[in-house]
Ligand binder design. Structure first.
Ligand code: BES
Ligand code: MN
Ligand code: ZN
Length: 490
């Protein structure tokens, strides 16, 4: 997205929309606000006095400015007053940015300026930019009659954020929105091959980031029988998409972050086919992979001093004459045999090989994102992702990064006493339990079998990564926050 920093007085130049912020409860107007109030002949202070403007996070009140005397119009055409709550929570600033973007979109504004005050620092203004850029997101690639909206030019006038802080927020916006695009793209436009091409283009663009695509012959050689078994029903081949990042300096010697994301480009369920109602949403079953790739690329683009390897297993889960059948036994890369009880539990199969592979690639800790189970949607809805882990400290690090970034995740249990759920009468493990209980835990217990001795966290984003049939980009900001924590040795 386009954002520039400008000196405070430029806020009142001719723009389509000038944005002002107010806190809840409103305080006497300071900074740029009194001037805007004068421009509007006192209606802002009157609206505050009448409690029509409360400062509540995400509240927007729009005003037209009176025509300026003379011919040259040098004042903003409209003023939006947006609430930022008590002003201390960056998520309220993000909500304010989102609200401003929605208003700007409706008005078809091309130029928007936030009149910031000296007390507004990089955290507040970065969050506003984040909200503005992600709030303006639309997925209209396939609409032939979508109204053409030029990219909005956002200016932050005044405030105490450096241009680099705003640029950082703008790059985050681009990464989150690209992850949404990847997930939202219909499965006939976003195959494992298309996703691999996307990863290649990310790497081509970013210093120190390398991309490698493992194709089927290579996957056969590696023994990735679980991943390959999922692709068997499709005309499309499986891929393991790999990004590696080697920064020029590293914060923690000997550490390498391993990231995995599930990228099932369409999940019909396979032979254990899903009901047809709502099945179209399963084009989003690659949201974890999209977040992993975009989050990893963002960490690299910002040059964070952490070594990283990211593996995204990708396949299409289809029924056909060549598809894996219930009862088939496949062998994962770490040698464990799996009885495929339910071909719709395919996510854990492709993730198994990716996790096992990362244990051989020098990763010292692992995190994965996956739209893995309907059960986590029942348990936690669209607010918290499910967080599972094999190491308390690492789990707490991830939880904290989630809280800081707004990508919330809630700790869920793993315990040996759940172990009978993943046992098979025929093979080492079964991919689906005979008992209908603890479905999200069961999937976590299964993944853990492939993580060796490494500290590992699994983030089940089935509820948070896709909401109302749309990708959210959940995980990108969490990964960035985690990368920042690791960079600071925190
Ligand atoms: N991709 C689905 C999980 C899912 C469901 C994501 C709803 C988003 C919304 C996954 O592959 C799946 O089908 N899981 C099954 C597992 C079961 C067969 C053990 C599920 O959760 O029902
Ligand atoms: Mn499935
Ligand atoms: Zn799935």
């Amino acid at each position: 997205m386009n954002v520039t920093a400008a000196p405070a007085p430029t806020a009142f130049a001719s723009v389509d929309l000038l944005v002002l912020t107010v806190v809840d409860p409103p305080r006497p107007l300071t900074g740029p606000a009194p001037r805007a109030d004068r421009l509007l002949e006192g209606v802002i202070s009157r609206a505050i006095g009448d409690e029509e403007i409360t400062g509540k996070s995400g509240e927007v009140t729009l005003f037209h400015t009176p025509p300026s005397p003379g011919s040259a119009d040098t004042s903003p055409r409209r003023v939006a007053v947006v609430g930022v709550g008590d002003g201390s929570d960056h998520l309220d600033w993000r909500a304010a940015g989102e609200a401003a973007a929605k208003a700007a979109g409706k008005l078809k504004a091309e130029t928007v300026t936030l009149a910031a005050a000296p007390s507004h620092g990089p955290v507040e203004l970065g969050a506003f930019v984040d909200g503005f850029g992600t709030g303006a997101y639309r997925f209209v690639k396939f609409k032939s009659d979508a109204d053409e909206r030029p990219e909005v030019q956002l200016t932050i006038a005044g405030g105490a954020a450096a241009p680099a802080d705003l640029e950082h927020a703008a790059l985050t916006v681009d990464a989150v929105n690209r992850a949404r695009d990847l997930a939202n793209s219909p499965a006939n436009h976003m195959t494992p091959l298309d996703l691999a091409d996307h990863a290649m283009s990310l790497a081509a663009d970013i210093d120190g980031l390398e991309c490698e695509i493992l194709e089927e012959p290579e996957l056969e050689k590696l023994g990735a029988g679980a991943l390959l078994s999922v692709a068997r029903g499709s005309e499309l081949p499986a891929r393991m998409i790999v990004l590696r990042y080697e920064p020029s300096t590293v914060a923690r010697e000997g550490e390498m972050l391993g990231i995995v994301g599930k990228a099932v480009t369409f999940d019909t369920g396979g032979i254990s086919i899903k009901p047809s109602g709502g099945m179209e949403e399963m084009k989003l079953d690659m949201a974890g992979g999209a977040a992993a790739l975009e989050g990893a690329a963002l960490i690299a683009r910002l040059g964070l001093p952490i070594r990283m390897v990211c593996a995204v297993p990708s396949a299409e889960n289809m029924p056909s004459g060549t598809a894996t059948k219930p009862g088939d036994v496949v062998t994962a890369m770490n040698g464990k045999t799996i009885e495929v009880i339910n071909t719709d539990a395919e996510g854990r199969l492709i993730m198994a090989d990716a996790l096992a592979w990362l244990t051989t690639q020098g990763a010292t800790r692992l995190i994965n994102f996956a739209t893995l189970t309907g059960a986590i949607v029942v348990a936690l809805g669209e607010v918290y992702a499910g967080l599972f882990g094999s190491d308390d400290e690492w789990l707490e690090d991830v939880r904290r990064a989630g809280d800081a970034s707004g990508d919330l995740s809630w700790p869920m249990p793993l315990h040996e006493r759940y172990r009978p759920l993943i046992e098979s009468g025929v093979a080492d493990l079964a991919n689906a339990a005979k008992k209908r209980q603890a479905g999200a835990v069961y999937a976590g217990m299964f993944l853990k079998e492939f993580t060796g001795e490494l500290p590992w966290c699994h983030v089940d984003i089935a509820g948070t990564g896709m909401i109302d049939g749309k990708g959210t980009g959940f995980g990108v900001r969490l990964l960035l926050a985690l990368g920042q924590q690791l960079s600071l040795g925190k």
